[in-house]
Structures are given as C-alpha cells and as structure tokens.
Design a protein around this ligand. Structure first.
Ligand SMILES: [Zn+2]
Length: 473
C-alpha cells in the first residue's frame, strides 16, 4: 500500500513543481537501483533491494523495484516512474548487463541508471562538530581550509557539516567569520529548505558555523584556550550576532557563566541551537538553561563533571532529561566503549555521533602561534590528538569510523548507527525533512557502504561526488 501511495504522490509533485524546476536546471533524472536500503525512519522497509529515483537533486521516490508490476494501479500507469519501471523490467528480461552506469531515455527524458550492486545505501552523514583546519589556519588561509574540509569530508561519507570554531579572542572570531561567510554564502541555497537550486560542487556542504566557546567554564576547558574563555558580554555578543548571526547554527556554552541567560535568550530569538558543554553546571543551572531553550549537549561526558549520585550536575540532567539530545565522540579514546553503550541505552534515539575532528598542520609554522591562540603544540598519538601535557585535544576521528565503532562497541545496531550519523543530527538542527532521510523531496545526499561499513561512494544532490577506487585500510 505504501508503494502505491508513493506512486500516486509522484504524479502530484511532478505536475506541480518538478517540471518547472527541470526547465530551470536541466538536470537529468536518475535512478539508483540494486541498493540495500538503510532507512533510519523505516526499519521494516530497510534491508530490501530498492531503487531510488532522483530529480533535480532531490529524492522523488523510493521503492522496491522488484515489486510485481501487476500491483501498480491503472491510474498510475502514465506516470514517469511507471515508465521507468517498465523499462527496467524489459531490460531485466533482456538480460542486459547493467553493472555499469549507462544512459537511457524514456520518451524525451534522459534517465541515468546507476547499479549500486547490492551496496548499502544510507543518507549522507551529517557532522555537527568538525573543527577541520580552522584552529590553526592563518587568516588568509581560513577560506581555503574550509574548502579543503568540504572536499575531504565526502571521502568519509559526510555530505553536510557544521564547521566549528574553538574559544578565541573577539578579534580572531571576527576574523574567522569574515573569512568564512563568503564560503557559507556560496552555499546559501543549500541552507534554505525551499531552494530549487541544486548543489553545484563536488563538496560537502557547510551548513553554518558551530561556536564552541568562548562562553564556557575555564575549569572544564578541555583543550580550549583558557585565556580567551570569558563571560557573555552583551555588547561583544551583539557585535557577533548582529553581523554574523545568520551564519551561526549552533553555540556550545556553559549555562553557569555570567550573562548566559541573556545569551540563551539571544540564541532562542535567532533560532540558533543552544548546546550545553564545557560546563560545571549544577542540575538546577542545567534545567534553567533548558527552560531558556537549550536542547542539546556537546560531547557527553567530556569536559563536564563526572556523575555524582547526590549532585547529578549537567551530566545527570543530560542523561535523564528527554528534552536534551546528546552527542559524543566515539573514537574509543575520549570514552570507554562501555560508556558509549551506557549512553546509547539511556539516550536512545537522542544520541548523536560527532567527530570533533581537528586537522593539525604537519609542520607548525612558528608564525601560526597567534592563530592557534593558546592551543599550544598538538600531536597525534595514533589514536587521538593530545596537548603536550597529555590532555585530549580533539579527535582524528571520521564519521565513517565513528559509525563503525558504535557498532563494534556493541552500542548501536547498524540502523541505529545510521540514524545517529544522519537523521538524529538533522533533527537536532530541525532539518530532518531535508537531510538525513529518504523522504520524498529531501536532498538526494547519500553514502554507499560495503558490508564492513567502508564508504564506497558519496552522492550529493543526486550526483556522485566520490567513488572509492583502491582498498582502504
Ligand atoms: Zn570541539
């Protein structure tokens, strides 16, 4: 019944808007088929060989192509999808080898068929916390650094992410915004749900900035530069939000810092996600922040007080309050695998995987000292990034690795891990109709995985932007 309903739906959307978009953009229609679907919203439908049709960079329909053609009602026979189905079945009968991509036309319409050869198809990964090269890049290199991250991330299955700043002086923050806003602007159409314009690059999409600090607690700084940690000052804050607020999607803050109430109100007014983290907050302070709109917790367990059974603090509230979603760093270093399992049991569909990835330049130029303000030398010990005193300083994790770790730790099932990297972070940002989903009309951003969970292909707006050629380790 669902299948028939989907077919009926296509006709409506096709006549209303897709044709007009087609004229505007002239993108070929494409069908990905022979994929094992990993749909975080329809577990019952997942794991079946499926096909997905794409028009103008958006999902038009998802269905099982092997459905008996006699099940298609007369009323749906004239739709494009029906003709595609017929074509597909004819070709199957002809026994043609469709292992390779080919072009076929249906009527006057060009259709590109791609056989995913039984690969797992999931929505593209979405990372809420990626510092990339922003921590150490000089001002003149910031835009290039973001661009490099966008190019790099598609290899790890990431199709959208939040470039994340660390605690920095006001001058450095403004320098970062000034350098990055033009890059974000060039992706602006990608941020608007109503946009008809498809992505025109081969890059992961930066959805807006995540500010991690500077309004955090120095006692829970982690590797955040202590010298730049400060209370929320309305004038300084306004200087940022009035100029750059449209480009900020998320702020991680400690609710106990002076001025945090005003900050939370400002974020709520502007529709920016308030996340709690790097904090010593008491349970009462955390709950007061929730009342003011905080809805998320950044890297659960890290940079916050441990749980005390009579003084639960932020961590106790994070674990016990369903209004809060929580993300965590699943690299096996920041958290013990048992703790990841505990978090998964407690937070269920509100647990999100992030990377907190930091790229460290191989040879640190001494001139970069100012830009890496207070961050000091960071080295990769092979498992994570550390400061010279051994403190953890961000991860060298990828979303793909986090996805696999969560399963190998016994914390998440395959479909739960897909959700934690796709649908759940999209929900945190309120963009789950657009991303992290196989819903009709959503962006056709996908990752194709092999049985081990390695990324084989990445697709953005219905276009293949990455394909693995050699075997990775
Ligand atoms: Zn971070």
């Amino acid at each position: 019944m669902q299948f028939l309903h989907i077919l009926a739906g296509i006709r409506i959307s096709h006549s209303r808007s897709f044709c007009r978009r087609s004229e505007e953009i002239r993108m070929p229609r494409s069908v990905l088929h022979n994929a094992i679907l990993l749909d975080p919203e329809r577990p019952d439908f997942s794991m079946t060989p499926s096909a997905i049709s794409i028009r103008n960079g958006r999902i038009e329909r998802v269905g099982a192509l092997n459905t008996d053609a006699s099940a298609i009602p007369e009323s749906a026979k004239e739709t494009c999808m029906e003709r595609l189905l017929e074509l597909r079945e004819r070709e199957q009968k002809d026994g043609r080898d469709r292992a390779k991509e080919s072009q076929k036309s249906v009527g006057s319409e060009k259709v590109e068929w791609t056989d995913l050869q039984g690969g797992y198809l999931a929505p593209g990964f979405l990372d809420l916390h990626d510092h990339g090269g922003l921590v150490f890049a000089a001002a003149k290199d910031l835009a290039a650094s973001l661009h490099a991250s966008c190019a790099h991330l598609v290899q790890e299955g990431v199709t959208a992410f939040l470039p994340t700043t660390v605690t920095s002086s006001q001058a450095r923050l403004e320098e970062i915004f000034e350098a990055l806003v033009p890059v974000l602007e060039s992706n602006a159409s990608e941020r608007k749900p109503s946009s008809h314009v498809v992505h025109n690059g081969n890059l992961a999409v930066p959805l807006g900035l995540h500010l991690e600090g500077p309004w955090i607690h120095a006692a829970c700084a982690g590797a955040q530069p202590k010298a730049a940690i400060r209370n929320y000052d309305a004038a300084q804050g306004e200087a940022i939000f009035s100029r750059f607020g449209n480009w900020i999607r998320m702020v991680t803050l400690a609710p106990e810092v002076k001025g945090a109430e005003l900050l939370l109100e400002t974020l709520a007014e502007r529709g920016i996600l308030a996340a709690l983290g790097h904090s010593q907050a008491s349970a009462k302070q955390a709950e007061a922040a929730i009342e003011l709109g905080a809805r998320h917790v950044t890297h659960l367990f890290n940079a916050m007080k441990p749980l005390h059974h009579r003084d639960p603090g932020l961590l106790g509230v994070a674990l016990s309050d369903d209004r809060l979603s929580c993300d965590l760093i699943c690299d096996g270093v920041h958290l013990d695998s048992r703790v990841v399992r505990l978090a998964a049991l407690v937070k269920r569909e509100r647990l999100v995987l992030i990377t907190d990835r930091i790229e460290v330049p191989k040879m640190r130029d001494p001139n970069l000292a100012r830009e890496g303000e207070g961050f000091g030398a960071v080295h990769d010990d092979g498992t994570a990034l550390r400061l010279s005193d051994g403190r953890l300083a961000g991860s060298s994790l990828s979303m793909n690795r986090a996805f696999r770790n969560a399963q190998s730790f016994g914390a998440l099932s395959l479909l739960e891990a897909v959700a934690a990297c796709t649908l759940r972070p999209a929900r945190v940002l309120g963009i789950e109709a657009e991303r992290g989903t196989f819903r009709e009309g959503a962006r056709a951003d996908f990752v194709v995985l092999d049985a081990e969970g390695e990324v084989l292909q990445t697709w953005i707006a219905g276009k293949q932007v990455f394909r693995r050629t050699g075997k990775t380790k």
